[in-house]
Ligand binder design. Structure first.
Ligand SMILES: *[C@@H]1O[C@H](CO)[C@@H](O)[C@H](O)[C@H]1NC(C)=O
Ligand SMILES: *[C@@H]1O[C@H](CO)[C@@H](O)[C@H](O)[C@H]1NC(C)=O
Length: 287
């Protein structure tokens, strides 16, 4: 390689890095919970890796991660983490099984509330949703900032469903405190709930009493595999704020009532007292 070739390669790389700088999004991940969380990030197949795949976020803190514009993947929160007797890092909910704070390519063990993204997908739009298809462990809100095109609505699941979870889906720690709420698919493995086998198409796989429990509480979140029409949101060239444990009332006021084109409310007001009613550890009897 001669010198001229080298320098043109350098200019090209410089151009490339400038280009990728412009073509990146930022995810500001915020912990509004009263306890520590450990966000985990998983990149989809054939998408660029991220600078981090997991870290500690103290209450009231936030961290901004730069995300390549062509990225797709998911993000969740882990709770009640620590070192086990063999000095492996483990979490009571959302554990990724890596044994370390970084998830390094491993996903969340259900149940976990997931934020799912496909940036710069069909028509140049970002597709995003909050999914309870793999169950629930934490309230979460996604807010699109500075985007254009698409509808850029806020989405999420603002209620604490760990206390209200039907008993047959409930995951609790030894002292009885709820740490997660499983999906019916994960709890029973039934094709009817998993939309698999004979139930593998949208017209055959219908909402169940279990998926409706999630949908009623969190109308904008995915409650089962084919819940697309009310749960997928789009925006173009936006940055995103992902908030764990957003305060339900003020979040609803801020994001639910602004003109954002989404038909469903962010939070079901008739269910907003669920968590305090059941704060004593009692749970709704599952139907
Ligand atoms: C809110 O919850 C009530 C009670 O479960 C339910 O009947 C209603 O359909 C829910 N609203 C929405 C918008 O999901
Ligand atoms: C925004 O997205 C929601 C959910 O998919 C949809 O119901 C609504 O019609 C969309 N609004 C606009 C303006 O595109």
């Amino acid at each position: 390689m001669d010198r001229r070739h080298l320098s043109s390669t350098f200019v090209f790389l410089l151009f490339l890095s400038f280009f990728s700088e412009v073509n990146s999004a930022s995810f500001k991940i915020v912990n509004r919970c009263r306890h520590k969380i450990w966000p985990g990030l998983l990149s989809g197949a054939n998408t660029p890796q991220l600078p981090t795949t997991g870290f500690l976020l103290n209450p009231g803190k936030s961290r901004t991660v730069t995300i390549p514009r062509s990225w797709s993947g998911r993000l969740w929160g882990r709770t009640l983490c620590g070192l086990d007797s063999t000095r492996k890092f483990v979490c009571l909910s959302g554990d990724c099984g890596s044994g370390q704070v970084e998830c390094s390519g491993s996903g969340a063990k259900p149940p976990a509330t997931l934020a799912e993204f496909t940036l710069n997908g069909a028509g140049g739009l970002d597709f995003y949703d909050v999914s309870l298809v793999d169950g629930y462990n934490l309230p979460m809100l996604i807010v699109a900032k500075g985007g254009k095109g698409g509808n850029c609505s806020a989405t999420g699941c603002l209620l604490d469903l760990n206390g209200a979870c039907p008993s047959e889906l409930r995951v609790a720690r030894k002292d009885g405190g709820g740490v997660g709420c499983r999906s019916a698919c994960e709890a029973f493995g039934d094709p009817q709930y998993c939309c698999s086998g004979a139930f593998g198409t949208p017209d055959v796989c219908r909402p169940s009493t279990y998926s409706l429990f999630f949908k009623r509480a969190c109308p904008r979140a995915y409650s089962y595999a084919y819940d697309d029409t009310t749960s997928t949101y789009t925006c173009a060239s936006a940055d995103y704020v992902i908030i764990f444990c957003p305060p339900p009332y003020s979040s609803q006021k801020l994001f639910g009532e602004r003109k954002d084109g989404a038909v469903l409310p962010l939070v079901n007001k008739s269910m907003i007292y669920i968590s305090s009613v059941h704060a004593n550890g009692a749970s709704l009897s599952g139907k």
